[in-house]
Write a protein that binds this ligand. Structure first.
Ligand SMILES: [Ca+2]
Ligand SMILES: [Ca+2]
Length: 249
C-alpha cells in the first residue's frame, strides 16, 4: 500500500510538471540542501493592470479558499479547472488543491519576454522554499496555466533569473529535484535536468536498493551517493523574493 501511494504521488508530481509519466521507483535518505541567497528586490507586487488581467485567476482561487471546508470541494476544483480553461495535462492533478494554505500572488516577467507571469504561492515558506502553487501567463490577453505545484510532498521555488526548482518526495524512499526554464513566449516550462534518489525495496526482499541518478536531455547517468550529493544545480541560488498580495477568501 505504501508503495502504491508513493508511486501514485510520483505520477501526480510528474503530471504536474507536464512531463511524460515514467513510473520509476522509490528511495530513502536526506537530500543535501544548500542555503540559498535571498535578495530583497523591489517588485511591484500586483499593479492594477495585472490585477485586472489576472482577475479571473485571483477570483477562482478566492472561491477555492472560501469553500475549502465544503463537502462539495471536489466540484469547486472542477469548476476552477473549467473556468480557467486549464490544459488537459493538469486536470487530473487535484492534490495541491487539498493542501491550500493562505495564498498570495505577485507578477514577475519570468522569461523576460515583456509579459508578466502571475505567481500564486503560499504566504509562508515550506521546507525553505517559497512554495509556489501555480504560474500563469497571458496569451491574447487571457490567463494560461503554465504549471501547478505543491501538495503534501511537493514544493517549488523560483530564482531571480526565472529558473524554477521543483522538488518531490515519495515517503522517505524517493526524492526528486527538477530544474525548469520557461522559453520566451512559452506556454510550458521545459525540463532542463533532474536528479533522483531512490532507496525503495523494489524486489520486496526486505533489503532496500539504492540508486542515484542524474538526467539531462533524456540521458540518464547513474551516480554514487557521494556524486549525487555533490550535484549543486538543483536548488535556488538567488531566490526571487516575492512580496505577495494576499488572496482573500
Ligand atoms: Ca513573461
Ligand atoms: Ca530489495
Amino acid at each position: 500500500m505504501k508503495r502504491l501511494c508513493v508511486i501514485l504521488a510520483l505520477l501526480l508530481f510528474l503530471c504536474a510538471c507536464g512531463q511524460a509519466v515514467q513510473p520509476e521507483e522509490m528511495s530513502v535518505t536526506t537530500a543535501t540542501t544548500t542555503t540559498p541567497t535571498t535578495t530583497e528586490r523591489e517588485i511591484d507586487t500586483l499593479p492594477a493592470k495585472a490585477a485586472k488581467e489576472y482577475a479571473s485567476v485571483i477570483q477562482a482561487y478566492s472561491k477555492l479558499l472560501r469553500n475549502r471546508e465544503s463537502e462539495k470541494y471536489e466540484g469547486y476544483i472542477a469548476a476552477f479547472m473549467k473556468e480557467l480553461d486549464v490544459p488537459e495535462r493538469f486536470v487530473a492533478f487535484t492534490e495541491p488543491f487539498y493542501f491550500l494554505s493562505p495564498l498570495g500572488c505577485a507578477v514577475y516577467d519570468i522569461n523576460k519576454d515583456g509579459v508578466s507571469e502571475l505567481i500564486v504561492a503560499d504566504n509562508d515558506y515550506v521546507n525553505d522554499c517559497r512554495n509556489i502553487r501555480s504560474i500563469f501567463t497571458l496569451k491574447n490577453g487571457k490567463p494560461i496555466l503554465l504549471g501547478i505545484y505543491g501538495g503534501n510532498n511537493y514544493w517549488c521555488d523560483i530564482d531571480v533569473d526565472g529558473t524554477l526548482y521543483a522538488h518531490g518526495r515519495g515517503g522517505a524512499y524517493y526524492f526528486e529535484d527538477r530544474v525548469y526554464t520557461l522559453p520566451a513566449n512559452g506556454t510550458e516550462f521545459c525540463l532542463m535536468e533532474k536528479r533522483v534518489m531512490d532507496t525503495f525495496d523494489h524486489d520486496n526482499d526486505g533489503i532496500d536498493e539504492e540508486s542515484y541518478y542524474f538526467e539531462k536531455d533524456g540521458v540518464k547517468t547513474y551516480l554514487s551517493r557521494e556524486e549525487y550529493s555533490a550535484l549543486e544545480s538543483f536548488h535556488v541560488k538567488e531566490r526571487l523574493e516575492l512580496a505577495l498580495a494576499p488572496i482573500t477568501p
